[in-house]
Design a protein around this ligand. Sequence first.
Ligand code: AMP
Ligand code: ZN
Length: 278
Amino acid sequence: MHSTHSDGTDTPSRLVELASEAGLAAIALTDHDTTTGVAEAMEAGRQKGLRVLSGVEITCEYGGKSMDMLGFCFDSGAAELQKQLDRIQQGRRERNLEIIGKLDALGFDITYDEVAAEADKTDGKIVGRPHFATVMIRKGIVTERQEAFDKYLAEGGAAYVQKLAVSPGECTAMIRNAGGVAVLAHPKLVRFPAGEDIDSLLTNLKNAGLEGLECYYSLHSEEETTCYLELAKKYELLVTGGSDYHGGNKPEIKVGTGMGNLRVPVECADKLEARARR
Ligand code: AMP
Ligand code: ZN
């Protein structure tokens, strides 16, 4: 789940409340490039009797394409991890300024402060493209969020700027060195570099330190889930699952159930925790 510490619209404590109300046995907070919400989520979890796993979602670059890597069950106080996340956050600030430059060249009057103010409304230090989309809708540049991404913000869009390139190996090392487990996020959304397929990708990522595959995901069909579960078995990867809940920034995704039929077995959390204790 994503909180106000990145591009979600609920605070970490509120996420714990929502998850308890939904009857979930465990959650992981996986904000983009930051773990600043983890302590609050864990404390709220202790109070509500809900298991909360530490988590993070880091974008890495593989063969010129960006890809999301999840980390779970690490020590969020680990100094080296925080140092690396700081570096990534600095890269993100520079990228955001480049996006502003591109939008300006396209004739749109949007300032960095306006976009950052969207993140501040929550308590986000992490400014991301969803915040740009919100400002673009408010200014009437686009009528809806998806249009902002398709025309401007997504890869191939007129104002797209790639994030600081972190390799999959750097990413898995950051997570592993902090005691955690590195997992490939939502394989359905992976865009393959030329000549690569899911088998070569998983082989290469496993060699780079990957330990799990997000088989259960809001946008995976039953057939896709089955296919990813088989791949996890084939490559001896842990099975994980997530809704990618972002609150109002992805209103179609519900807590726990995703688009309606998501159900992540609690064994996923058990196995992640067991692996992290290795
Ligand atoms: P950022 O952290 O700035 O790269 O933004 C990442 C977030 O933007 C994701 O978590 C999604 O919420 C959203 N996003 C990225 N690509 C798209 C897309 N093609 N369509 C809609 N939303 C997207
Ligand atoms: Zn997000």
